[in-house]
Design a protein around this ligand. Structure first.
Ligand code: FES
Length: 165
């Protein structure tokens, strides 16, 4: 995937070239693109005078950096203590199957969903809780979670191969 060079230049121009600014620039890059594309990492390294291998070491060390594009819809399921005892792990397992996540993948192959586990959203009284993009769903069970995902799939036309929306 190629990234818009102009947007990258805008980000890098905010910083005086110096290794100490690499992490801040990478945070800006992630905010702009929602992940750190390889070309962007390399451009940031070149700009800051850091070797590309050092740059890779930085982005793989800090968990806050994402190296693959996220899905179009973000599902965060709370697996904090209260939600866990209310069976949030069943919701996680069901949704992984529903959106077709394999192994350690967090994003579905069709690019529609990224699923992450979260530790306490401060809504324990509503647990299990899932955040679907900007909305919170509480008192969740696997069936309701699948319904929420199916509604998004339908909206995206995924059920019928229809890309209209
Ligand atoms: S433990 Fe899930 S919201 Fe607090």
């Amino acid at each position: 995937m190629s990234i818009p060079v102009g947007r990258m230049d805008d980000i890098l121009e905010r910083y005086t070239p110096s290794p100490e600014h690499l992490i801040s620039a990478l945070q800006d890059i992630q905010e702009e693109f929602h992940y750190v594309p390889k070309e962007a990492l390399e451009a940031a390294c070149d700009h800051m005078g850091v070797s590309r291998s050092q740059g890779w070491a930085v982005v793989t060390f800090y968990k806050l950096f994402r190296l693959t594009p996220p899905g179009k819809h973000h599902l965060s399921i709370c697996t904090g203590t209260t939600c866990y005892v209310n069976h949030s792990s069943k919701v996680v397992d069901t949704l992984k199957e529903e959106i077709g996540l394999n192994g350690g993948d967090d994003t579905s192959k069709d690019g529609l969903f990224t699923l992450e586990e979260f530790h306490c959203m401060g809504l324990c009284h509503m647990g299990p809780v899932m955040k679907v993009d900007d909305d919170y769903l509480g008192r969740l069970d696997p069936e309701r979670a699948v319904e929420a995902v199916d509604a998004l799939k339908e909206k995206e036309g995924a059920h019928h191969g229809n890309k209209e929306d």
